[in-house]
Design a protein around this ligand. Structure first.
Ligand SMILES: Cc1cc2nc3c(=O)[nH]c(=O)nc-3n(C[C@H](O)[C@H](O)[C@H](O)COP(=O)(O)O)c2cc1C
Length: 193
């Protein structure tokens, strides 16, 4: 399966490396798009080494797919995917998606992913952020679009020391969801681990 993995600037970005590794070992073809802030947590080189593919970082830099006939990267990367996973999804990029912004490579590609390709979003953040009314509203807006499969974060002790909802689900659980994702539905809950 061709899995497009979006990584944003959250502390759980290191778990995306494991998602990539697990997916490749399971025989999937993985391509990664990172926000600029994601690269402050994990280097693009790590994802390139794990996936065996170049990472898309910049809408305008030129990262054509070898098999693509289009010179427009955000279109060809969007069309390449059989399923899209954004993990971790930051509160910031979540807000951008809810508002329809496309000001970086990740949000631009996400806007261009054709239906019915499933787009799975796995937000992860501090509990107070997760509980913030503007995040709740943005989640409601995203759900109303009937375009995204939202995976609830799990409750556990977070990197900041707080205990509560906000952690990215286990990489193998997320990979399982992604490879069976078909269409937008109610939020998917993954049990805490
Ligand atoms: C150490 C550290 C950890 C962070 N962890 C998270 C996080 O888990 N979730 C989140 O939404 N934002 C987190 N942030 C804040 C984001 O990095 C920040 O909002 C950034 O603008 C997100 O950019 P992006 O959405 O373009 O990747 C963290 C910031 C720092 C400095």
């Amino acid at each position: 399966m061709r899995i497009l993995l979006g990584v944003t600037g959250g502390i759980a970005a290191y778990k995306s490396c494991e998602i990539t590794s697990l997916a490749v070992k399971a025989g999937h073809d993985v391509r990664v798009i990172m926000t600029a802030n994601a690269t402050r947590f994990v280097g693009a080189l790590t994802f390139e080494a794990l996936s065996g593919n170049p990472v898309l970082l910049d809408t305008f830099a030129g990262a054509p797919l070898p098999e693509s006939t289009s010179a427009i990267d955000h279109i060809s990367w969007a069309k390449w995917a059989e399923v899209v996973l954004v993990a971790p999804l930051s509160a910031n990029t979540l807000a951008k998606l809810a508002c329809g912004l496309a000001d970086d490579a990740l949000t631009t590609v996400l806007m261009a992913v054709p239906r019915p390709t499933p787009i799975v979003l796995a937000p992860a953040m501090n509990t107070a952020m997760w509980d913030h009314p503007v995040v709740r509203r943005n989640l409601d807006w995203l759900q109303a679009l009937d375009r995204y499969v939202l995976v609830d974060p799990v409750s556990k002790r977070l990197a900041c020391g707080d205990v509560g909802a906000g952690a990215l689900p286990d990489p193998s659980d997320l990979l399982g969801l992604v490879t069976t994702a078909t269409a937008p539905s109610s939020p998917v809950a993954v049990s805490s681990s």
